[in-house]
Design a protein around this ligand. Structure first.
Ligand SMILES: O=C(O)c1cc(=O)[nH]c(=O)n1[C@@H]1O[C@H](COP(=O)(O)O)[C@@H](O)[C@H]1O
Length: 245
């Protein structure tokens, strides 16, 4: 059965390849992420295929520009009827509020997408963050500050690594949506991801959604890889269900 909290990152070049991955994984995956690679390659028309097939989409284009540009782009993205999309928290409060206004203006049938703020990319380690960007603070502190800012600006949640979940929850409460990439089952290679956790660890830490890409899409058997991730998640979710009873 599909795990609603599992988002598969369709980082491929063509709609045909995306469709192949969807047909292999639809039994296990709750939502699909369309990111820069697929969107820039195919254009917005590809989203109509997802709409026609009632597939939920996280449109990951990470907007970051002056407020007016982000507001107008957000209006356009919201009009595609996607479930969620994202902007960079580093754009600051005026840009974040402009993104929200744009999302509201583009809402389809009165329903706007969830708007998420990307915090510190999961590909940064603390040492690289300090050495290459000259940052002085802990990544966790920056993520927490940006999560708090996003919430104050009316956004629905953040994209962050699972390691920062306690700090985000402390600042923003348990309802603030957390979308967590940098997910690596024990059997998958980390690649360029630095701040990682397994699906089970991330769910136990309280993540609302997990984003998984290459461990599934780069596998020789994407269907089996998706099944294994979904099974690991379902076990933890079942534990949570028992605890609540
Ligand atoms: O916004 C994102 O989705 C995102 C933010 C982030 O900090 N780290 C991150 O990996 N992502 C995206 O999540 C996906 C992770 O893919 P894999 O590393 O292949 O599992 C990619 O499509 C990234 O673009």
């Amino acid at each position: 059965m599909a795990v609603e909290k599992l988002i598969l990152a369709l980082d491929v070049d063509t709609l045909a390849e995306a469709q192949r991955l969807v047909s292999l994984t639809a039994d296990y995956v709750g939502m699909y992420k369309v990111g820069m690679q697929l969107y820039y390659s195919c254009g917005p028309e590809l989203l109509s295929w997802f709409r026609q097939n009632n597939l939920r989409v996280f449109l990951d284009l990470k907007l970051h520009d002056i407020p007016n540009t982000v507001e107008q782009a957000s209006r356009v993205l919201a009009s595609y009827g996607v479930e969620m999309f994202n902007v960079h928290a580093a754009g600051g409060p005026i840009m974040l509020k402009a993104a929200l206004a744009g999302a509201q203006a583009g809402a389809v049938a009165g329903k706007r997408p969830l708007l998420l703020a990307v915090t510190v990319l999961t590909s940064f380690s603390q040492s690289e963050w300090e050495a290459t960007l000259g940052q002085k603070e802990e990544i966790g502190q920056r993520v927490q500050a940006w999560a708090r800012l996003a919430r104050q600006c009316g956004l629905d949640g953040v994209v962050a690594s699972s390691r920062e979940l306690p700090l985000i929850q402390q600042a923003c409460g348990p309802e603030f949506v957390t979308v967590i990439p940098g997910i690596r089952p024990l059997w998958a290679a980390a690649g360029d991801q630095q701040r990682i956790m397994t699906p089970a660890q991330a769910l136990r830490a309280g993540a609302h959604y997990l984003v998984v890409g290459r461990p599934i899409t780069g596998s020789a058997d994407p269907r089996e890889a998706a099944r294994r991730v979904a099974e690991e998640m379902a076990e933890v979710l079942a534990e949570g269900g028992k605890m609540r009873c």
